[in-house]
Structures are given as structure tokens and as C-alpha cells.
Write a protein that binds this ligand. Structure first.
Ligand code: SF4
Length: 226
């Protein structure tokens, strides 16, 4: 087992290396691609969540054996590093191992990663997903981003996929003072009424006017034709 891997395809836009810690995710995003990547039923993926077998020991072993150093390692693609309602000690242990081996983490969550902020520094990235879907935890997510920023941790927001144009623009204004970078991506494989070309142009113009560093994902960039 080599839990640290190089993402391919669209996932490569997120980072050079990644680790998937859990077998599933309880957050139930309707657009989640992970069940099909893992060839699992949706219900099974969203309800059977546990750390992958020996994940912490295997990460430590690979870091040591391959002498991985100076990398930014993304957590996670096919799960959430902070699955709400589950024990996230494995995530904490893995962050410790990554940091102690001379690497940094790039976290992306719809949960709450504040418990591990003491492990992070100005070379780590803490990110939240804001997809425009209203949930009870959204306010906490925004607060955690602000807290990470206050502590000097780099912060980012994944606006991918954008499911609601209006919510996107509200959220972008909300995070403007506490975010170091945003990534913006369209909803793929599902119908949307959003005119992606117009949306992309408006989103890009707003990022520029607010002075926010941004990255437009390739599939949205293609729609924009630039
Ligand atoms: S947070 Fe990520 S892994 Fe979890 S259900 Fe949503 S898209 Fe899937």
C-alpha cells in the first residue's frame, strides 16, 4: 500500500501529492465523484466511514522509505479529512507525520479542522469547500477559515463546484478578508442553468477588483474560451 500518490486528470489541478485517509464521507454532496472513483455504492460510501486500514503507519512508512520532503500534500480527494461526527485522530496523526518529515499539508474540508490548527503554520494551507449549498455547518466552516487566517495559516476556498451563482458571489464577498486564494470550478456532469461563460467572466472580474488571488479550473476556463 502506498497511500501517498500523485493525482491524475482534473485532480492534478489541486496538488502534486495526496492522501485519502477514510473509506467514505458523511457529507453527502450530490455531485460527489468519490463513490464512482472507488467503485462503491453511494449509500455505502456515505454511511460506512472508517480510517483506511493501517493508514497512519503506512503513511509514516512511505514518508521514511521514499524520503519525501519539501512537498505540499493534499488531504483528501476521495474523502473529507474531517468527516463530521467521526473520530479524526488519524488525520491529526498524519498531519504530524507529514510535518515532522519536512513536508506541508493542504487541507480541504466541509467539516471542522480547528482541532489541528496547533500543528499548522504559515507554510500549510487550510481550505474549505463552499459550493453554494446551504447547510447547518456553513457558518462554522467560515469561522474556522477566519480562525486559521488569524493564526497565520494560509487559507483557501474551493468554490467547486459552483451550484448557485448568487451564493457564490455572496460567499466570495464574505471570505475576501480572510482568504489567501480561491479556486473556482463549474458543475460538471450535472445540468445547471448557469451561463458558465458569463459567470466565469464575472467571477474573474470580481476576484480582480477585490484583490483576491484566484485560479479558474480548466473546465470552466474552457467554457470562457480564454
Ligand atoms: S465532502 Fe467531498 S468527499 Fe465528502 S461527500 Fe462532499 S464531495 Fe464527497
Amino acid at each position: 500500500m502506498k497511500p501517498i500518490y500523485e493525482p491524475k486528470g482534473k485532480a492534478k489541478e489541486y496538488g502534486d501529492l495526496a492522501i485519502n485517509i477514510y473509506t467514505g464521507c458523511p457529507h453527502r454532496c450530490f455531485y460527489c465523484f468519490a463513490p464512482s472513483v472507488l467503485r462503491k455504492g453511494r449509500e455505502q460510501f456515505h454511511s460506512c466511514i472508517e480510517p483506511r486500514k493501517d493508514i497512519v503507519a503506512e503513511v509514516k512508512k512511505q514518508l521514511e522509505k521514499e524520503q519525501i520532503k519539501g512537498k505540499l500534500i493534499h488531504l483528501c480527494f476521495t474523502c473529507d479529512p474531517y468527516p463530521t461526527g467521526y473520530d479524526t485522530t488519524p488525520t491529526r496523526e498524519i498531519i504530524k507525520a507529514i510535518k515532522e518529515s519536512g513536508n506541508n499539508v493542504q487541507i480541504l474540508t466541509k467539516g471542522d479542522g480547528t482541532r489541528d490548527f496547533d500543528l499548522l503554520d504559515e507554510n500549510d494551507w487550510y481550505g474549505i469547500t463552499l459550493d453554494g449549498i446551504k447547510t447547518e455547518t456553513e457558518r462554522d466552516r467560515l469561522n474556522s477559515l477566519a480562525e486559521a487566517h488569524r493564526r497565520g495559516i494560509k487559507t483557501w476556498v474551493s468554490f467547486e463546484p459552483v451550484t448557485n451563482e448568487r451564493e457564490f458571489f455572496i460567499d466570495l464577498h464574505c471570505v475576501q478578508f480572510v482568504v489567501d486564494k480561491v479556486k473556482i470550478g463549474k458543475l460538471n456532469y450535472y445540468h445547471s442553468d448557469i451561463n458558465w461563460k458569463e459567470f466565469g467572466e464575472k467571477a474573474e472580474a470580481l476576484c480582480k477588483s477585490l484583490g483576491i488571488e484566484y485560479y479558474i479550473k480548466d473546465s470552466l476556463r474552457e467554457e470562457m474560451g480564454v
